[in-house]
Design a protein around this ligand. Sequence first.
Ligand SMILES: [Zn+2]
Length: 103
Amino acid sequence: MAIREEIESHLIETDVVVSTTVICNKCGRETSDEMERYEYFHVDEPGGYNNWVIGDQCVVEFDLCQYCLAELIDSLIIPPDASSWGRETSWEELKAKRPDWRC
Ligand SMILES: [Zn+2]
């Protein structure tokens, strides 16, 4: 058997489907816009031995759009640390720069 035939005989054809759409698990907002997809917040969190939320050896994975991430952060009792271009700032200052998103 020629080398090329040998190699081809070991190749496995697969159909790989690459999704270009992201869906927010909280609100269902869906986007295929490349720039917006990068701004979705992806969570891929494994649970550990003492994790009663996710469970030991379990994993949860989900995405949040910017709107839902903003709502989540806005609901925090203690505002997160924040910076803008390396300069320390506050979450309130960042919020003030937010465009009027909701439509
Ligand atoms: Zn959302």
